[in-house]
Design a protein around this ligand. Structure first.
Ligand code: FES
Ligand SMILES: [Fe+2]
Length: 350
């Protein structure tokens, strides 16, 4: 199955890049990233063309990355800039790819396709999880051994929450006046999975963040936004029954899924909160709680599903469709159309 190449993917967090190379594989391609002396972020192919050493194990010298094996150096353009051997001549084939990076909202974005098409103005807007006054942000990442669309499915259908995540929902004994609505919305190529619940018993997560007396019940919103290939933002918050959106804690959370390979996914997440923002202990509790939810509940389930599916595509297995599947199916179809169009354009050029 092909990847969408002409798209922005999350490569990591801005504070991860330094003058020490960072190696990651995206869409099956090893990449080495670092910062130049002037702070500019660089991403080049991570495999040395001489004997294929991982360049991320090397070091940055004069804003170039030096291979840890025989010392060839490659500059930000990917061209070899220094050969310490023989007469120092630089072999014609000695170069690696260079990738365009963009930094916004604390996120490093990478363009894996045709570099002439990389437009930083089209980087997904994730300002909700950027560092800003009155908000506190925590971040994490996981590596999940499953195809990234299985993670999209998981995030676009949050009807699994009461079954899989006791930390997030205690909806087992729902009151008679409980009422929930799930719906699908599409704007252009952006898909939303919208969920509101009225008179939901207070969840442990929101109870922890509540200022003052915690109501026994509240109204929850959990609206997920998806943009191709797999950049998602969840607007989640809870308020006392009937109260406006700012009357309770808001917890926007970005879920940025970047395929490592066909069978593994980088899962970068960032959670912002507008309550207890100076409480460092809360950072630790939330980080541990969210990591536990993603790692031991979502990831564990998704990987088991991936095993059950073997190498089969979802649709080839004729999955039963439930009402909550609408948004994920819409996202899958839009992504498929984008990939097919991109392939057709490539083939037309050849
Ligand atoms: S493997 Fe990189 S210089 Fe030899
Ligand atoms: Fe989940």
């Amino acid at each position: 199955m092909a990847f969408l190449r002409n798209a922005w993917y999350c490569a990591g967090w801005t504070n991860e890049l330094s003058d020490r190379p960072l190696g990651r594989t995206f869409l099956g391609e090893p990449v080495a990233m670092y910062r130049q002396t002037n702070g500019a972020a660089v991403a080049v192919g991570g495999r040395c063309p001489h004997r294929f050493a991982p360049l991320s194990m090397g070091k940055v010298v004069d804003d170039c990355i030096e291979c840890p094996y025989h010392g060839l150096r490659f500059g930000p353009s990917g061209a070899c800039s220094h050969n310490p051997h023989g007469d120092g001549a630089i072999p014609k084939a000695a170069s690696v790819r260079a990738y365009t990076l963009a930094e916004r909202d604390g996120i490093v974005w990478i363009w894996m396709g045709d570099q002439t098409l990389a437009d930083p103005r089209r980087v997904p807007d994730m300002h909700e999880i950027a560092e800003q006054q009155g908000w506190r942000v925590i971040r994490g990442e996981l590596k999940v051994k499953a195809h990234y669309e299985l993670l999209t499915d998981n995030l676009m259908d949050l009807s699994h929450v009461p079954f899989l995540h006791p930390f997030l929902s205690n909806a087992e004994a729902l009151p008679a006046d409980y009422h929930e609505v799930r719906s699908l919305k599409q704007e252009g190529e952006t898909v939303y999975s919208l969920h509101t619940a009225k008179n939901l018993p207070m969840t442990p997560l929101f109870a922890m963040l509540w200022d003052g007396e915690t109501p026994a019940q509240g109204d929850l919103r959990a609206n997920m936004r998806w943009e191709a290939p797999a950049n998602l933002l969840l607007d989640v918050g809870m308020v006392p029954p009937g109260a406006p959106g700012a009357a309770g804690p808001s917890l926007p959370i970005a879920h940025l899924l970047t395929p490592e390979t066909e069978h593994s996914t980088h899962y970068f997440w960032a959670l912002a909160r507008d309550r207890k923002v100076d409480d460092a202990q809360m950072d630790g509790i939330l980080h541990a709680g969210i990591s536990d939810v993603f790692k031991n509940e979502d990831e564990r389930m998704i990987v088991e599903c991936a095993h059950m599916m073997d190498t089969n595509d979802l649709f080839s297995l004729n999955p039963v469709l439930l009402q909550g599947d609408g948004p994920s199916i819409r996202a899958r179809r839009l992504l498929r159309t984008r990939i097919d169009k991109e392939r057709a354009a490539c083939e037309a050029i050849r």
